[in-house]
Design a binder for this molecule. Structure first.
Ligand SMILES: Nc1nc2c(c(=O)[nH]1)N[C@H]1C(S)=C(S)[C@@H](COP(=O)(O)O)O[C@H]1N2
Ligand SMILES: [Mo]
Length: 327
């Protein structure tokens, strides 16, 4: 995002693609994820120490099927992005800034056991195991468009449920005007956080009414299986009407707060990455146009839609707001 100048996004994304898909096939083919990670550390230009710690940390189990799913609300019938693309072309800067870094390095992250701290303005704060957090929620297939601020997009079949259903269980008080989220921040498991590209941990936030909208999703899976680590295992946000950077991965803290919380990209570059970050073809990024997007797996470009095509569902949340100022 910040790292890449607009001029070098397209060529590198396209030309590197065949290369890194080949590398990934090599890793799988070898059946030795750990050896693969250690070897690729060098290819990816990482320091030897990263490669070493890679070989000493056992990878967590891969995706497992999620049974008993039911259809969720607002799914699109547009063709789904290929699994291979959605799991190898990622932004997860805790594992590096290259699109293939997350798929190569995220195996270092230990997602079991996992717990999430819920705190701030609510009646039931505490540290909850992932199992306790998920227990009451039925799993739904939710096929949503994902539009990155970098002007590419995908269609991903998430497995999850409405964020608001989870938030309500902790009984937010009337002082809770925003919800803040934070990602795990552990240099032992995340080689990328050793570099201060962002003010770690990665943080995001929503206004409470946005968070309570049924389209705002907590995802635990995709393509019918638990999330691969590179896609934000074991628990991530999916806010399909906003640029992808709002959809924070690998969540360890959810806080009910009074004031608008600081968020990772907005704090770093407020002129480029708004707090609201609603997908809006009428407001360009200072360094590139947002009018069109490249749908991964397609040739050519598509028109970008207001609110990423979810205006009918969410535009009312922003009634009376100047969307150019509150971008
Ligand atoms: N913790 C964390 N969450 C993150 C990011 C990140 O770097 N770190 N990148 C964001 C961006 S810019 C996008 S586009 C989406 C990408 O999600 P995907 O890799 O599952 O497609 O994750 C978002 N969530
Ligand atoms: Mo993004």
């Amino acid at each position: 995002m910040l790292i890449k100048k607009p001029g070098d996004i397209k060529p590198s994304e396209i030309t590197d693609r065949a290369l890194y898909l080949d590398r990934r096939r090599f890793i799988r083919g070898a059946g030795l994820a750990v050896a693969g990670i250690a070897g690729l550390g060098l290819l990816a230009g990482c320091e030897g120490s990263d490669a070493q710690s890679a070989s000493s940390v056992p990878p967590t189990p891969g995706p497992r099927p999620i049974p008993d799913r039911r259809p969720g609300p607002y799914s699109t019938d547009e063709p789904e992005t290929a699994w291979e693309d959605a799991t190898s072309y990622n932004n997860f800067y805790e594992f590096g800034t290259g699109k293939d870094d997350p798929s190569v390095f995220a195996g270092l992250m230990k997602t079991e056991p996992w717990s999430v701290v819920i705190d701030g303005e609510c009646e039931r704060p505490g540290k909850y195991t992932l199992e306790d957090l998920l227990a009451p929620h039925a799993m739904e297939d939710r096929i949503y468009r994902l539009r990155c601020v970098e002007a590419w997009s995908m269609v991903i079949p998430w497995v999850g449920f409405s964020l608001g259903d989870l938030l309500k269980r902790f009984q937010p008080t009337s002082a809770a005007r925003y919800v803040a989220f934070a990602t795990l921040n552990d240099p032992e498991q995340m080689p990328g956080v050793r570099r201060r590209i962002l003010d770690w941990p990665y943080r995001e936030g929503l206004r409470i009414d946005e968070a309570m909208h049924p389209l705002a999703t907590l995802a635990v899976g995709m393509y019918g299986e638990t999330l691969p680590n590179q896609n934000g295992a074991p628990l991530r946000l999916v806010v399909p009407w906003k640029y992808g950077f709002k959809s924070i991965k690998s969540i360890v803290r959810i806080s009910f707060v009074r004031e608008r919380p600081p968020t990772a990209w907005n704090s770093l570059q407020p002129d480029e990455y708004g707090f609201f970050a609603n997908v809006n073809p009428a407001v360009d990024h200072p360094r590139w146009s947002q009018k069109r997007e490249r749908r991964i797996g397609e040739w050519g470009r598509r028109e970008t839609l207001p609110f990423n095509g979810y205006a009918g569902e969410v535009a009312d949340l922003y009634r009376g707001m100047d969307l150019r100022k509150n971008f």
